[in-house]
Write a protein that binds this ligand. Structure first.
Ligand code: ATP
Ligand code: MG
Length: 202
């Protein structure tokens, strides 16, 4: 039997721009108040090799990232820098390696009902210019594909969050060892997940 949905875990990284903008508390608050449980946390300066391993966990990532960026240009009626998704994806990876290893990042594991999807929703879309209002990227920063490409750098969007359950499992294993991911009970889980709520009245 597969694990109960409330046990799902996802990886979130506050990228170097989030640390430098002093947004750690604000970002943690957003996930915490949803009802997610923090089960792992670590501050580290990742090597470029580590960052490359992280993004190449999904073998389709290079192509997908290229397609997404080309699509975003076209949607705005702007000509993309290249029509080749692999080319765009590879140049994004090179830029990301420098960006992500430029200073400390905060890696976290969050657990809760369908954590991967919930965290993506509250984090918002990749490009802050078009991320929904109310999301972390939409509310707290200002970057766009256009300025990032003009200046030959990655989009600074504060956060990485795992894209799928499969990626989340692999990414958590890359950033954390087994002992660093806590297994504990949080009192509020009884309100979030208890079937009968029969423990409230005296
Ligand atoms: P993340 O994986 O960081 O949560 P995401 O899933 O929204 O973000 P991906 O498509 O996986 O976005 O791209 C990873 C990261 O690469 C983005 O968060 C952004 O920092 C950067 N990035 C993506 N596309 C571009 C681009 N065309 N130009 C510059 N940077 C980009
Ligand atoms: Mg991604």
């Amino acid at each position: 039997m597969s694990a109960h949905p409330s046990k799902e875990k996802t990886l979130v990284i506050i990228k170097p721009d989030g640390i430098q903008r002093s947004l750690v508390g604000e970002i943690i608050k957003r996930y915490e108040r949803l009802g997610l449980k923090l089960v792992g946390v670590k501050m580290t300066i990742p090597s470029e090799e580590h960052v490359e391993k992280h993004y190449l966990i999904d073998p389709e990532w290079i192509r997908k990232v290229g397609e997404k960026s080309i699509g975003s240009y076209k949607k705005k009626g702007i000509k993309p820098p290249s029509e080749n998704p692999e080319e765009v994806g590879n140049s994004v990876l090179e830029r990301l390696k420098k960006y992500m290893s430029s200073g400390p990042v905060l890696a976290m594991v969050w657990q809760g009902n369908q954590a991967v999807g919930i965290v993506r929703k509250i984090t918002g879309g990749t490009e802050p210019l078009t991320s929904d209002v109310g999301t972390i990227r939409g509310d707290l920063t200002i970057d766009s594909y256009k300025i990032a490409d003009t200046d030959d750098r990655p989009i600074r969007n504060l956060i990485h969050a795992s894209g799928t359950l499969e990626d989340a499992e692999k990414e958590i294993n890359l950033w954390f060892n087994e002992k660093e991911v806590m297994n504990y009970r949080l009192v509020q889980e009884q309100i979030l997940y208890d079937v009968n709520l029969d423990g409230i009245l005296e």
